[in-house]
Structures are given as structure tokens and as C-alpha cells.
Design a protein around this ligand. Structure first.
Ligand SMILES: C[S@@+](CC[C@H](N)C(=O)[O-])C[C@H]1O[C@@H](n2cnc3c(N)ncnc32)[C@H](O)[C@@H]1O
Length: 324
């Protein structure tokens, strides 16, 4: 489905047509957008569910609230904004007995956050090291870069950034911060570049060698992977029978978690194959609507290079007694 997007808004929603096509929001549906951002996906959902639908929007960034207020004034469905962590928001909805027809995540940071230079998410602008999605939380990137022990820095960059040069980069960060704290994104980029031999730096061509380091620190500051691990079961618990769960991830650490979570729910009988009748009684709770993650078309990537790493997975919660 081709979707006309308003390119003047600061965040262009990724895989929007694919998300709508694969989740099929209908008139009157109850939808939870766990990562509201600038509301690009939410607006498309609101159009589909109409005046009888309900749209719950979640984001922990107070900047998203302003965008939500604009959207709420323009759409006809019932709307609600929860400014909190998505795992907590889903737990709250579950407690309230809310049952959704669709829950979706569009993970990571928004362009609004990356392009707000003073928030220190980007290696492209020089700004104070911050990277907090929720500016009221205490831990920020400055503390991480200046207080983590060298071996912890190596671990974070290796695990969350899959950074092969983590050891030399951590050593250089520690060497520099012994003289003076690393305060800005520019100083962090300089430390990364100084740690790498020229031949390695050249391999990055036009992209920054600091990209993976920034990703790793951002994931740690915002506790992104732990949150996702808590949020997926919470999302599953608010799905009505026959409802859908969708997630758009932007790196393999997220996608792997989503894939594993959905695959585990799609598993049926686990009895040994030589057992004549099933003794475990386990039936699949989920139907995977795509076995392989769906990525952006070349056209979308050309229009919005930030979509390039987007991967969408969708599953449906089976109804009780539904044929396997
Ligand atoms: C990629 S953006 C979403 C963009 C949105 N789909 C749109 O079309 O504008 C991700 C958003 O999720 C929010 N977010 C990330 N992790 C979160 C969490 N654990 N709880 C709540 N919000 C979160 C971020 O603050 C950011 O605004």
C-alpha cells in the first residue's frame, strides 16, 4: 500500500504502509502505540480506526506530549497519552483490564530526538553528552563515559554496539578522561577517532566510526534492551484474542529479541516425535504473519535513509480453540 507521508513533519515514520497492511487496523479498533514519537504511525492508525476507535499513545519523552496534543485535537477517535516507560504503561493497561486489537512498537530514537542537538544523541553535532529519552532520569551519557570502569566500557561497546575495536576505544576514553572529563559528543567522537588506526578509520568511508559507540551508550543510558524484554510479555498480556503485535527494530539486538519472543509463542507440541499422542498439551499461542522480517523498499530507503535498517515483525494472538 502506498502511503502519502507529510514530509514536513520532523520524523518520517518507517515501514508505515507495511505496518498498516500487515496489522490491518479496522473501524472501532483499540490500538496501543508504544513509541509515539512525532505520531506519524499513530496518525495513520487514527485514520483507520475512526470515531469509534481508541488510540492509546505512550512515550517517555515529554517532547512527544506536545505532538500528541496536536494529534488529539485533529483526530476523531478516543485518545489517551501515557508519558512513561512502555513496559510500565502496558502493565498499567493490563491492570485496568484494557484489551487491545493491536499493539505496536517502533523502537529506538526519533529524528526529533537525534536532530535536537542539545540532547546529545548525535555524533554529527557537538553538544553536551546526554542521550536521555526521558530528561528527568538521572543517568546520562556523560556519567557513563566518565565513570564506567574500562572493562565495563569494553563490555557495553562490544555487547550493545557490536564494536570490534571496543578495547582500544575504551583505553583511549580512560586515558583522556584522566586528564579532564569528556563533556561533549565532539570530544567523544575525537576519542574514538584517535583510538583507531588510520587504515581502520578509512574503512568507514562517509559514515562515522563513532556510530556504534554512540548506539551502545544510548542503549545503556536508556536501558533499551531490558525495557524491551519487559515490554514484550506485557504487550502480549493486553492483546485480545485474534489481536496483533508488531515491532519495527533498527538493529540486530532488538530484532533478535522480538524474533525470539514471537517464535517462542508460535511453538506447538514439544513432545518427542516418536510419541504416538501428544502428552504436553502445548498449542501455539501466536501465528507469525511473517517468517522473515520485512525491510524497507529501495524507494523508502532513498527517500528516508534512516529507514534502511528498519525490520518489521508481526504476529497474531490466536483465539482460544483456534485450529493449529
Ligand atoms: C522511532 S521513535 C517513534 C516514531 C513514531 N513511530 C513516529 O512515527 O513518529 C521511538 C520513540 O519511542 C520512545 N521510546 C523509546 N523507548 C521507550 C520506552 N522504553 N518507553 C517509552 N517510550 C520509548 C522514544 O522516546 C521515541 O520518541
Amino acid at each position: 500500500m502506498a502511503i502519502l507521508l507529510d514530509m514536513t513533519r520532523s520524523h518520517v515514520p518507517v515501514l508505515a504502509g507495511e505496518l498498516i497492511d500487515m496489522t490491518g487496523p479496522a473501524e472501532g479498533d483499540k490500538v496501543v502505540d508504544c513509541t509515539f514519537g512525532a505520531g506519524g504511525h499513530a496518525r495513520l492508525m487514527a485514520d483507520r480506526i475512526g470515531a469509534s476507535g481508541t488510540l492509546v499513545c505512550v512515550d517517555r519523552d515529554p517532547a512527544a506530549q506536545e505532538r500528541f496534543d496536536e494529534l488529539a485535537a485533529e483526530v476523531s477517535c478516543e485518545t489517551r497519552f501515557l508519558r512513561m516507560d512502555y513496559a510500565d504503561a502496558l502493565a498499567l493497561l493490563h491492570e485496568e483490564g484494557f484489551r487491545a486489537d493491536l499493539v505496536y512498537f517502533d523502537l529506538g530514537v526519533s529524528s526529533m530526538q537525534i536532530d535536537a542537538r542539545e540532547r546529545g544523541f548525535s555524533y554529527s553535532y557537538d553538544a553536551p553528552l546526554d542521550m536521555r529519552m526521558d530528561p528527568t532520569q538521572e543517568l546520562d551519557a556523560r556519567q557513563v563515559v566518565n565513570t564506567l570502569e574500562e572493562r565495563q566500557l569494553v563490555k557495553v561497546m562490544s555487547e550493545y554496539g557490536e564494536e570490534r575495536n571496543a578495547r582500544v576505544i575504551a583505553r583511549e576514553i580512560v586515558r583522556r578522561r584522566q586528564k579532564a572529563p569528556i563533556e561533549t559528543t565532539g570530544e567523544l567522537v575525537e576519542a574514538v577517532e584517535a583510538a583507531l588506526p588510520a587504515a581502520v578509520r578509512r574503512r568507514f568511508g562517509g559514515s562515522s566510526p563513532a556510530k556504534r559507540v554512540f548506539q551502545a551508550i544510548r542503549i545503556l543510558v536508556n536501558d533499551e534492551l531490558e525495557d524491551l524484554d519487559r515490554a514484550l510479555p506485557a504487550a502480549w498480556s493486553v492483546l485480545a484474542e485474534g489481536a496483533r503485535l508488531a515491532a519495527i527494530s533498527f538493529h540486530s539486538l532488538e530484532d533478535r529479541r522480538v524474533k525470539r519472543f514471537l517464535a517462542e509463542r508460535a511453538v506447538g507440541c514439544i513432545c518427542p516425535p516418536d510419541l504416538p499422542v501428544c502428552a504436553c498439551g502445548q498449542t501455539p499461542e501466536a501465528e507469525l504473519l511473517n517468517r522473515r522480517a520485512v525491510g524497507p523498499t529501495p524507494g523508502e530507503m532513498a527517500d528516508n535513509p534512516r529507514s534502511s535498517s528498519g525490520r518489521l515483525r508481526v504476529a497474531r494472538r490466536k483465539k482460544t480453540g483456534e485450529e493449529v
